[in-house]
Design a binder for this molecule. Structure first.
Ligand code: HEC
Length: 190
């Protein structure tokens, strides 16, 4: 009781804030140091955080990484038998890792007939925008999977599997300036 009394008296010496809410008054007390330091620390941290993300470009890297990881998941789904679609193959063609994997397959298995630069040879040119079997990403995919036996294009489905064929088609799309982005292509989450 005594200590409560002295507390009250001590507060009495402090100034009251000028406002009153329903008769409730407030002492004008200094904010505690731990509270102020936390506030200052968060302000300083926010400046550093902002600068780090907007000036160093790390945020973009994060985004590119997420995109690339999502494509990798989709690519792995292909090896489990999930069929791709136009948008997916287009997105793969914008992914440097997938394209370079496709390029390796192309050099090893396709370049002998279609040329090192896809310019054609025994097989047709794959960059001129003229397609015998259709120019949508999935048309290319089906042609490569099934081949065109009577014309000398081997059936690659059982040899390479869906994943490697998707990679090689992504490589062809990336090298083909006439190929147009399909509706929905380029979106990471579909
Ligand atoms: C032995 C030669 C040969 C090899 C190897 C070969 N192709 Fe072909 N490819 C052809 C021929 C020939 C055609 C044309 C088929 C036709 O006229 O119908 C063709 C057609 C195609 C087409 C369709 C072109 C169009 O205009 O519609 C694509 C796409 C294609 N090849 C991709 C590939 C890929 C990818 C590989 C490697 C995995 C590959 N080819 C390996 C000979 C080959």
């Amino acid at each position: 009781m005594r200590s409560e009394m002295s507390k009250y008296e001590a507060n009495e010496e402090k100034e009251l804030r000028p406002h009153s809410y329903d008769g409730i008054l407030e002492f004008d007390k200094r904010l505690p140091n731990w509270w102020l330091f936390t506030l200052y620390a968060t302000v300083i941290f926010s400046v550093g955080y902002w600068a780090y993300y907007h000036w160093t470009g790390h945020m973009e890297d994060g985004w590119v990484r997420v995109k690339s990881e999502l494509e990798a998941v989709r690519l792995a789904a292909l090896s489990q038998g999930a069929p791709p679609d136009d948008q997916q193959l287009w997105n793969f063609s914008r992914d440097a890792k997938i394209v370079s994997a496709g390029e390796k397959t192309f050099r090893a298995t396709c370049a002998a007939c279609h040329g090192e630069n896809l310019q054609g040879g025994i097989g047709p040119n794959l960059t001129d925008g003229q397609w015998i079997h259709g120019g949508r990403p999935m048309d290319l995919f089906h042609t490569v999977v099934n081949g065109v036996a009577e014309k000398g294009m081997p059936t690659w489905g059982p040899v390479l599997g869906q994943q490697r064929i998707a990679e090689v088609v992504a490589f062809i799309i990336s090298k083909n300036p006439t190929m147009e982005k399909p509706p929905g292509g380029g979106d990471v989450v579909q």
